[in-house]
Write a protein that binds this ligand. Structure first.
Ligand SMILES: [Zn+2]
Length: 193
């Protein structure tokens, strides 16, 4: 599934912070919030655009109490990046979604077997990344992206927010032309989320 699908496509899978429409068009309902007149999703779920009543809501994906374990493959949204580590909000464990959030930390030494100079060349806030849980301490999950199938699945331009395209190993913004760096997966832009 692509994140480039239309703002208004009902039933589509959405992530926290994803744009759902504007308040001139829709009344924001459960699972949403408004900032500067734009309606965003507050949760991971399915967006419902009720065109008859002009309402938009998000139905959260609720599943059993699954918890990450060592070796689990998780999917999350990068929430904070510093030079040596990145913080991720995990929303999927071993291909299963759940309602709560777990926090994962990726340290620069666990990004890839080769030396990495800065975490800012690996991922940026808002990106969706796939990682493996390598340890757990006090509810914080330590992650690794060393495997070639692990890394950023969807990346967004740090200047304009548009989804970046992967062209000849470079991340390129089709809207504003910015070029950025990421540690991407082979199925970048196509991975199921
Ligand atoms: Zn851009």
């Amino acid at each position: 599934m692509s994140l480039q699908s239309s703002d208004r496509k009902s039933g589509r899978f959405v992530l926290p912070g994803q744009r759902l429409g504007v308040i001139e068009e829709f009344i924001p309902d459960t699972g949403t919030y408004v900032r500067d007149g734009i309606i965003y999703s507050r949760v991971v779920g399915r967006a419902l655009h009720d065109l008859l009543n002009k309402r938009v809501s998000v139905y959260p994906l609720v599943h059993g109490a699954k918890v990450p374990k060592n070796g689990s493959i998780v999917l999350g949204q990068v929430s904070n990046v510093q030079s040596q580590n990145a913080v991720m909000r995990i929303f999927k464990i071993d291909k299963k979604q759940f309602s709560g959030f777990f926090t994962g930390i990726l340290h620069i030494s666990d990004v890839q077997p080769r030396y990495v100079e800065s975490m800012f060349n690996v991922c940026k806030p808002g990106d969706i990344a796939r990682a493996k849980v390598i340890s757990e301490k006090n509810g914080t999950y330590h992650l690794s992206t060393e495997d070639r199938n692990l890394g950023v699945v969807y990346a967004f331009c740090s200047r304009c927010g548009h989804m970046l395209e992967l062209k000849r190993k470079e991340m390129h913004c089709p809207r504003c032309g910015k070029i950025e760096k990421r540690k991407t997966v082979p199925d970048y832009g196509e991975g199921a989320i």
